[in-house]
Design a protein around this ligand. Structure first.
Ligand SMILES: [Zn+2]
Length: 388
């Protein structure tokens, strides 16, 4: 009797074990239904990022750096650093120092005195002062080529020979030149409803370079301004140029690739042009980024005004609400990091289209986001213990 009981108990334990094993293992062994392919939440790559093109005033530096950290940007370089010796640069550098160097600054200089005898002396001295005060580069606005009117009514050209020694001196000082030349090609076409940037031109009529200037002389064409930029890069091989807004030709990535091939002193950054770049064939854009992985840098053109107003790439007649900031960064990173197709780009007013991501390999992303900026500007991202 005892033996029979033991057998029954043994069988019961065995049966319980089989049931238990089935319950535990079945979910792992059963053929699985594919998960429904809804929109996948985007998670940005775990990489340090340096944004080489932002605009922030001294009074907003601490706020801006907080936003950058939240959005995965470890360090930013401010294109609105100001001019040395009382033109705002000292104040901005002090503000940047106060945030543990998580912001660095370009300086600006005044090109309007080019016809004066002492211009070259002024400009080269100003660059010396930029370096001494702690600027890491020189930023040149699109006004060079489109804004400085000379005494004969013409516009100061980017490749004007009088500027040669100034660009050469920037090279001698090791100050890279972030240069914005021209503007979107659509801004040089009639600002009519069929212009693809009509919304933006309607909000900012002054951004149009079509037709005649106020003095009755014609605006240069987009191509004329771009050719001046190219001749300047060619003329100063000892100076590092960082072509803003994807080399000032986001509509023509093949032109940008041709120039990167031709001029080893040229670098480009991506500020405010993901919407335009994202229209181009993603596979070819990826090839360009891989081919020039050491000379394409990450920039956004994030702008913050002294009253805290934001411009995220571009805006309408009103500044952008702060609620748009996370989307702006996410759409930007998504373009570089994923192969997603047909998603909304970061700056709606730049055009009514969607973009395709270029899925950069991890090592290319690491160069693009940080290593290239570290090499070009001779900087390093502050270690966490240095941050205040
Ligand atoms: Zn800018």
């Amino acid at each position: 009797m005892e033996g029979t009981r033991r057998i029954w108990v043994g069988l019961a334990v065995l049966a319980a074990s089989i049931v238990l094993a089935f319950v535990v293992l079945w979910p792992r062994l059963a053929p699985r239904e594919p998960a429904p392919r809804g929109p996948q939440p985007f998670v940005r790559a775990d990489l340090p990022r340096i944004d080489v093109h932002v605009h922030v005033p001294p009074s907003r530096t601490a706020d801006a750096v907080r936003i950058f950290a939240e959005q995965g940007v470890s360090l930013a370089i401010n294109a609105s650093g100001g001019e040395p010796d009382g033109g705002g640069l000292e104040e901005q550098i002090a503000a940047s120092n106060a945030v543990g160097h998580r912001m660095l600054d370009y300086c600006n200089i005044d090109w309007s005195q080019v016809e004066d005898e002492g211009f070259v002396a002024y400009a080269t001295h100003a660059l010396d002062r930029c370096r001494e005060e702690g600027a890491v580069g020189l930023k040149i606005y699109k006004a060079l080529g489109l804004g400085y009117e000379l005494s004969d009514g013409s516009l100061l050209a980017i490749d004007d020979a009088r500027l040669d020694p100034v660009f050469a001196h920037a090279g001698e000082l090791g100050l890279p030149v972030l240069i914005h030349s021209g503007d979107p090609q659509a801004f040089f076409r009639p600002p009519t409803p069929d212009n693809e940037r009509y919304a933006e031109l309607s909000a900012h009529p002054g951004w149009s370079f079509y037709g005649l200037r106020e003095n009755g002389l014609p605006w240069p064409s987009w191509q004329e301004v771009f050719d001046q930029f190219e001749r300047r890069v060619a003329r100063n091989p000892g100076t590092h140029f960082l072509g803003a807004h994807f080399g000032n030709a986001p509509e023509e990535p093949e032109t940008v690739a041709r120039m990167l091939e031709q001029y080893p002193n040229l670098y480009v950054e991506t500020a405010a042009r993901v919407p335009e770049m994202g229209r181009f064939r993603a596979s070819r854009m990826r090839e360009i980024f891989v081919r020039f992985h050491d000379r394409i840098l990450f920039g956004t053109d994030f702008q913050m005004g002294s009253r805290g107003q934001y411009v995220l790439g571009s805006s309408g007649s009103e500044p952008d609400p702060p609620s748009r900031i996370p989307f702006f960064y996410e759409a930007t990173f998504r373009y570089f990091e994923t192969g997603d197709r047909g998603f909304a780009h970061p700056t709606p007013i730049q055009g009514d289209w969607t973009i395709d991501g270029i899925a950069l390999p991890h090592d290319v992303l690491a160069d693009f986001y940080a290593h290239n900026a570290e090499r070009l500007f001779h900087i390093t991202i502050p270690a966490p213990e240095d941050r205040r």
